[in-house]
Design a binder for this molecule. Structure first.
Ligand SMILES: NC(=O)c1ccc[n+]([C@@H]2O[C@H](COP(=O)([O-])OP(=O)(O)OC[C@H]3O[C@@H](n4cnc5c(N)ncnc54)[C@H](OP(=O)(O)O)[C@@H]3O)[C@@H](O)[C@H]2O)c1
Length: 323
């Protein structure tokens, strides 16, 4: 494992962190608590020390599993969690006032609930689960962030940026009131490289790269015949002919890179760690086999420049989260 600074927090976090959405089990079907615990423990044994969870993941279940494993760990594990929007709307919609989404009391109470689920005294990084730049001057989030830090309920604060809208966090970074951002960054969505990453580097803001495998598409294992249970989040994400679309895109990447079958997860994760602004990449992983593989990625290092240049051409602008 290798480690990087999470911006000005000074936390030294593993280049591969643990995306703990899937283990929450309600939005992603097929999670098995016993295997999830073993996978988390195995990741920690391999040097992973950063876990991203949220109150919303399985309504606290992901936090409970994470807390169980972190409390037993023999070295420091950094836990990041998130305050869900009070109106339960992902992503944040323009025009909806902060009073409906992140009133002060909601941020404080959600943080307390997360601490209870985790059974920890402090959350290393507390994030707002959505962000709308219209709220920039509002005191609700500013005062709540100040208070959770001052009371020690969280050590650092940040925002998880709306899907595919990296520039919507530029202004909040400039306030100097947050320590990190969490953003979609993968071979298909390279847009954070344009403005967000240079600003994060300039202001020493931690960057958590989420959805590095495009919800599984960039593993190369999804094709037109892949089936998801109707209530699994991925049934909607990969609805209609989207599975065919992603399979064609992935096949094009494999052709251009002369990759054999099975080579995609490595390229997808190494792509993310190749950017110096990225502090930690957080693939979702629910099995020890995926943990083993993903934790070996830092040892392989960044991709060569010529591979990055080829991958530049495979950026793909679209939003499968909407509609
Ligand atoms: N709004 C937000 O703040 C937000 C939104 C989305 C995600 N996130 C965070 O980002 C994390 C990552 O995103 P994600 O989990 O949605 O998607 P992801 O990391 O892009 O993809 C996860 C999928 O990839 C599979 N996978 C992982 N490693 C693999 C490997 N080595 N080989 C083959 N398949 C592999 C997983 O398999 P299994 O199914 O077997 O586990 C899972 O199906 C989340 O867990 C969460 O912490 C935050």
């Amino acid at each position: 494992m290798r480690y990087r600074r999470l911006g000005r927090t000074g936390f030294h976090v593993s280049e591969i962190g643990y995306g703990a959405w899937g283990i929450g089990g309600t939005q992603w079907l097929g999670a098995d608590d016993r295997e999830s615990r073993l996978a988390l423990r195995h990741a920690i044994d391999l040097g992973l020390n950063f876990i991203d969870t949220a109150l919303a993941y399985g309504e606290g279940h992901s936090e409970e599993l994470v807390g169980d494993v972190v409390r037993e760990a023999d070295h420091k594990i950094y836990v990041a969690s998130k305050v869900p929007p009070k109106n339960q709307l992902w992503p944040a919609r323009p025009g909806i006032p902060i009073a409906e989404v992140f009133p002060y009391d909601h941020i404080m109470q959600s943080t307390e609930r997360s601490l209870k689920n985790l059974k920890l005294d402090t959350i290393d990084l507390q994030q707002l689960h959505v962000w709308n730049p219209e709220w920039i001057a509002r005191e609700e989030w500013q005062r709540a962030f100040e208070d959770i830090k001052q009371t020690g309920k969280a050590r650092a604060v940040g925002v998880s940026i709306n899907d595919h809208q990296p520039d919507s966090a530029l202004e909040i970074i400039k306030t100097g009131l947050i320590d990190s951002v969490q953003v979609i960054y993968n071979i298909f969505d390279q847009s954070p490289e344009k403005h967000l990453f240079p600003l994060a580097l300039e202001r020493d803001i931690g960057v958590i790269a989420r959805v590095p495998l495009d919800e599984g598409a960039l593993t190369g294992k999804i094709d037109q015949f892949t089936q998801f249970e109707p209530t699994d989040f991925r049934a909607k994400y990969f609805q209609g002919d989207r599975k065919k679309q992603v399979a064609e895109r992935v096949a094009a990447i494999q052709r251009d890179l002369q990759l054999s079958n099975g080579g995609m997860p490595e390229v997808a994760l190494r792509f993310c760690i190749s950017h110096p602004a990225v502090s930690s990449v957080i693939p979702g992983m629910r099995t020890r086999a995926n943990v083993d593989f993903n934790c070996s990625i830092p040892g392989k290092g960044p991709l060569p420049d010529k591979v990055i240049a080829i991958l530049k051409k495979h950026a793909w602008e679209r939003n499968f989260y909407g509609a």
